[in-house]
Each structure stands twice: as C-alpha cells, then as structure tokens.
Design a protein around this ligand. Structure first.
Ligand code: TYM
Length: 334
C-alpha cells in the first residue's frame, strides 16, 4: 500500500514499436486501472539487452515506449512512468533473488525455451535469468496487482514462488502480487498464423499491427488476415483466425462476442474484416496523434524521465534496504 491505495506494477520491453497485442493485452488495461491504484509502469530497457541491439535503436525504442504510455492516456504526474535502468535497485535485487531461484525453475520457463530456439546463436545467461529481474521489478514496489497479457502468467507464478520462498525464511518482506489478465485481448494472435501469438519479431510484418501504423496500413493488414474456407462469423475453436479477429474487435469496440455474432449474422468475411480494421484504426488514431505531439516536446519528456526515475528509486531503495538488512548485508555507506 502507498497511502490508502494498493500498488499496481507493469512494464514492457524497450524493443521496436508496440503492437496491438501489447496495447489491448496490457496498456489498455493499465489506463483503465490507473485511477484505482498507485501505479508504476517501467520501460524494461535492461530486459531488452538479452538480444543484441544497436545503441541508438535501443535509446529510441525506450523513449518511444515511454511516450506511448503517455499517448495511450497514462498521466505522468499521477503514474510513475520510468526507465528500469534509471533505478539501480532492480539489478541489485536481481542478484540477491537469483540466489533464491532454482535453475530448474528457470529452465522450465516457456519463454526461455522459445527465445533460445529463436536466438540459437546467442543463448546468453540473461535470457535464462530474465524472469528473476522481472520478479524484482515487481517486488521492489511491493505491488499488489500486475496487469499483463496471458504470455506473462508463468513469470508471475515464478515471482510469487520466489517471494514466498524469501518471506518463508525472513518474514513478510515482500507483498505477494496477483496477475491481472483481461478477459478479452489477453492473447492476440498473429494475423498470418492464428496458432502463434502476435509478436514484433515475426518475420512476416503483415501479421503484426502496430499502434503507430496508419489507417490504410491497418485496414490492409486486416484484409489479408488468414481466416478459413467457411463464411460464418461465429466464435468456434475450429475457426482460430475468426476467433482472433472477433477478440480484437470485441476489445476494440467494447462489444461482447454474442453481440458481434448477431451484428455479422449473414454477412461475409470481407465486411467483417473491414469493420475490425476501421474500429482498430479509430481507437489508435488519437494515440498516434498524441505520440507525434510528444515527440516534438523533448524538454517535457526529459523532465518526466528524470522526475519519475527519482520517484521510482525512492520506493525501490526502501525495499532493497529492507532486504539487505534481513539477509545480513552491511548498512549502505552513502
Ligand atoms: P513484453 O514487452 O513482451 O510485452 C508487454 C506486454 O504486452 C503483453 N503482450 C501481449 N498481450 C496479448 N497478446 C499478445 N500477442 C501480446 N504480446 C505481448 C505482455 O503480456 C505484456 O503484458 N517481461 C515482460 C516485460 C516486463 C514486465 C516486468 C511485465 C519486465 N518487467 C514486470 C510485468 C511486470 C515482457 O517481455 O513483456
């Protein structure tokens, strides 16, 4: 708790542009929950290092993600929007908590297995210990709730396990966080292959809709989305492409799946895909506009990065000191 509010924490990696999976699976929920909680939203730039990056590109990605948070509607005066690397406590706690995490647990993580397969030439230690750093992000702020997409569920379970293990030895040091996973939009799939989740690293860029894509591009990508040889717009397991489009349409329009089935009863895929594309484009247009305005206001964005970095560090340091004391490390000399 901070004051009388529960704490909410989440983050996104600073890699490339955000796509509609990031937006509808996470960011969109953050905005809806942000009044109710004391919120910390990080740009996970340390996590982004597990893949080799050009320095200029990493710098730009991190800044773009932070501006995207603001453009999506998170007020940086009320929500702490900051760079993970601005707060050294993240990396410090990650070392300590790494000593409370078993290799077997890390080896079991499906994201580790997937990423190792994708980057077989660079299976670095960071790829394996990634969930420990993520756990520390959350635990440093004593977060109660963590709104994420479905693919982060396993990492959240690991966070709880490590925190409970630590608390079991040293007393109640960490709040045990709960994952908050939205009912729709938690798993947006690729438009080219609905058996795979939508991902920035997909070779087929037509399968990914970015928040900053323009209206024509968005509509074109939806028109090309893979469906099936049937024609009916119904939510059924054997129609994964249509299910995915219905999920996207539902979260973008606020309509339920039943309403959508009624709306498109007797209508064809062409008409449905166009409606999905237009609705998504309309939701994203104001975000793109605000993003462009913010891109021009360098001094303002710099001041947010500085002030919020300091605010985050204040809370994170409190937890880190408590942990250091509990485990027997000396008082900090500064
Ligand atoms: P990242 O950067 O891969 O994704 C950011 C958020 O977007 C969600 N997401 C999706 N949701 C629905 N459908 C999709 N296709 C889709 N793709 C991504 C993710 O679930 C996530 O919520 N390790 C994290 C970043 C992180 C973090 C944290 C999250 C670092 N520290 C602490 C929470 C708390 C990651 O790589 O997310």
């Amino acid at each position: 708790m901070i004051g009388d509010k529960k704490v909410l924490y989440s983050a996104m990696q600073a890699t490339g542009g955000l796509h509609i999976g990031n937006y509808f699976g996470a960011l969109h929920n953050w905005v809806n929950l942000s009044d109710e909680y004391e919120c910390f939203f990080a740009v996970a730039d340390l996590h982004a290092l597990t893949i080799r990056r050009e320095p200029a590109e990493l710098r730009k990605s991190a800044r773009d993600v932070l501006m995207m948070y603001m453009a999506a509607g998170l007020d940086p005066e009320k929500n702490c929007l900051y760079y993970q690397s601005s707060v050294p406590a993240h990396a410090e706690l990650a070392w300590i908590m790494g000593c409370f995490t078993y290799l077997g647990e890390l080896n079991r993580m499906t994201q580790f297995k997937d990423k190792s397969a994708k980057h077989a030439d660079n299976i670095n230690a960071g790829l394996l210990t990634y969930p420990v750093l993520m756990a520390c992000d959350i635990l440093l702020y004593q977060a109660d709730a963590v709104p994420v997409g479905d693919d982060q569920r396993q990492h959240l379970e690991l966070t709880r396990d490590i925190a409970e293990r630590f608390n079991g030895i040293y007393g109640d040091v960490f709040t045990i966080p709960e994952a908050y996973i939205g009912k729709t939009g938690a798993r947006i799939m690729s438009l080219a292959d609905p058996s795979k989740k939508m991902s920035k690293s997909d070779e087929n860029q037509n399968s990914v809709v970015y928040v900053l894509d323009d209206k024509d591009t968005i509509i074109r990508k939806f028109k090309r989305a893979i469906t099936d040889s049937d024609t009916s717009i119904v939510y059924r397991e054997d129609k994964p492409g249509i299910m995915n489009l219905m999920d996207i349409y539902s979260v973008a329009s606020g309509k339920s799946i039943e309403e959508i089935e009624r709306e498109f009863d007797q209508k064809g895929y062409g008409e449905f895909k166009l409606a999905v594309g237009e609705t998504v484009a309309d939701v994203l247009a104001p975000i793109r506009e605000r993003f462009e305005q913010l891109s021009k206001d360098k001094a303002y964005v710099d001041s947010i990065i500085k002030n919020n970095g300091e605010k985050a560090a204040y809370f994170a340091e409190k937890t880190l000191r408590k942990v250091q004391k509990k485990i027997g490390l000396p008082e900090r000399i500064r």
